[in-house]
Design a protein around this ligand. Structure first.
Ligand SMILES: Cc1cc2nc3c(=O)[nH]c(=O)nc-3n(C[C@H](O)[C@H](O)[C@H](O)COP(=O)(O)OP(=O)(O)OC[C@H]3O[C@@H](n4cnc5c(N)ncnc54)[C@H](O)[C@@H]3O)c2cc1C
Length: 239
């Protein structure tokens, strides 16, 4: 039904947790003609093992995934990252798939999907397709999803316990100025480019040209990347 509506209605947007979309609506920064609410669709409110990893449905809240036993054991980086996402009240409503579809460059979850080599399943009236993380994120708040596609699940592969998530933000719960997600010796950076990016642990700033923003200069972001990448390589815990 949600997929049919997205295909039929002109200028429709998916409403998931509403934690990013509703503020945009309030400020009239987004003015879709229709909202397709996926809350309450039982088929989408599931966490399950699949293909040697864990699949998180589109209606699963961030707080649910954070504590779910099927997530933490095979996929320890995901709950570790979720604890850095905003505040508990926001995670109680916000969804994992909503974060990925929203594609904020400072999102921890986008970096986690990328560093783990995960993927999403997108469904439309034309059928279903799988989009690898490396092909999903196109730019700031921009993905390769078509306007009529619903992300039905995000899939994260099983990985070992050697993970880290470190970031620097002005206040607890704020979006990060810069951050690093690590699994083994693979690093993904967030908050420092228009999308999350994979980085060389030996030279994490190579090829990086961050833009200054309201909180930090480009030079400071590069400094943060060096410090955080070093910390992530040495640490197995959240900072
Ligand atoms: C104060 C505050 C602080 C925050 N801090 C952080 C932070 O530190 N890190 C972080 O990562 N996030 C942060 N967030 C964002 C939060 O994690 C949101 O929950 C998340 O970005 C969007 O998820 P949602 O389910 O609320 O999506 P919504 O707000 O409902 O939707 C967001 C966008 O994604 C689209 N969308 C949603 N679900 C789907 C789907 N299944 N298929 C296709 N399109 C879809 C919507 O159409 C919309 O364009 C913060 C939010 C607030 C309000």
């Amino acid at each position: 039904m949600a997929v049919s509506l997205l295909g039929e209605l002109e200028d429709a947007k998916v409403l998931a947790g509403g934690q990013s979309l509703v503020p945009l609506l309030n400020f009239r920064l987004a003015r879709p003609a229709h909202l397709v609410d996926v809350n309450g669709i039982a088929e989408l409110d599931r966490v399950y093992e699949r293909d040697g990893g864990v699949a998180v449905g589109a209606a699963v809240r961030q707080a649910t995934a954070e504590r779910h036993p099927l997530v933490g054991r095979p996929c320890p980086l995901l709950p570790l990252a979720l604890r850095h996402v905003a505040h508990q009240v926001i995670r109680n409503r916000g969804t994992v798939c909503g974060s990925l579809a929203h594609a904020d460059p400072a999102s921890e979850l986008c970096a986690v999907l990328l560093v783990l080599g995960g993927r999403v399943v997108a469904r439309s009236r034309r059928g279903e397709r799988t989009i690898e993380a490396s092909a999903l994120f196109r730019g700031t708040f921009e993905t390769s999803l078509e306007p009529d596609e619903l992300v039905t699940e995000a899939w994260f592969p099983e990985h070992g316990p050697d993970v880290a998530l470190v970031e620097e933000s002005r206040r607890h719960g704020d979006y990060a100025m810069a951050g690093v997600a690590r699994v083994g010796d693979r690093l993904a950076l967030f908050g420092v480019a228009s999308t999350p990016v994979l980085a060389d642990p030996g030279d994490p700033t190579r090829g990086l040209h961050p833009s200054a923003d309201l909180e930090s200069s480009a030079e400071f972001k590069l400094h943060l990347v060096r410090v955080l990448a070093d910390r992530a390589m040495r640490s197995g815990n959240a900072a």
